[in-house]
Design a protein around this ligand. Sequence first.
Ligand SMILES: NC(=O)c1ccc[n+]([C@@H]2O[C@H](COP(=O)([O-])OP(=O)(O)OC[C@H]3O[C@@H](n4cnc5c(N)ncnc54)[C@H](O)[C@@H]3O)[C@@H](O)[C@H]2O)c1
Length: 259
Amino acid sequence: MTEVSGKTVLVTGGASGIGLGIARTFAAAGAKVAIADIDAARAQEAARELGVVGVALDVGDHAAWPGAIATVEKALGPIDILVNSAGIGSGNRPIVEMEDGWMRRLFEINLFGSITGMKLLGPAMAARGAGHIVNVASMAAVSHVTNQSDYAGAKAALAMMSECFMHEMRGTGVEITVVCPGRVATRLRESTELVMGARRKPSTAVAPKVLLSGDQVGVMVLEAVRANRLWCFTHHENRERVERRWRAMSDAFDAIPPV
Ligand SMILES: NC(=O)c1ccc[n+]([C@@H]2O[C@H](COP(=O)([O-])OP(=O)(O)OC[C@H]3O[C@@H](n4cnc5c(N)ncnc54)[C@H](O)[C@@H]3O)[C@@H](O)[C@H]2O)c1
């Protein structure tokens, strides 16, 4: 079990939504929390509200990470838990209509933004013999969402890289959790338009039966971290989507001709 009380936790995208919910939950559990966000004003406001440290960081800007880490570690000590929650939403169009510039920027933030954190903090955690990385992916990482191939592609890659990381870190004391939320009531639409400087087409994704809050997801993430669980799902209604995909793969194995 990873105990979080007294641990230093850095939450990217912590100024809003799921990241804010995770920051609030971990702070209430006794962790020393820092939030990093591209929206510097909102990060300071949220940090003041929670009584935690706030720093400005664009996770897609590789060169900006070391400075943000140094600021957090100077204030709170070595980072024990990294939560990669910063992310933006899909451009909501078919893959053949997606602009390369949009897709590259989305991958920079939603995929490479997390990889940079894993690469910069994972080895230091391993050297100390303990640590935990939480990557906020999505249900889109494990089941398709029509017209969101940019988002789903980046999240699927993040989930698989998290699994690989778990095996590579085995025996070091460093654990990983990949969170696959269903729909959560957040500012994702507004944040995406702010970061990308462009209005998006409305989502065509099916509305969920249950709309959770960021705080509710925060509680689920804390439990998954304490249990050292790789997968953290949030909506029972989504189990069928994963099982349907798995059955299609399993059926394809049945179709292999005898050799
Ligand atoms: N809301 C949902 O239904 C849902 C479902 C599944 C997964 N997610 C994922 O949850 C994570 C959090 O999103 P949310 O729904 O809480 O949205 P949100 O917009 O409320 O919070 C995201 C935060 O990330 C910040 N951010 C965006 N780009 C950044 C960057 N380049 N560098 C640093 N900070 C950046 C935003 O300013 C914002 O404060 C995202 O990774 C998102 O893909 C959300």
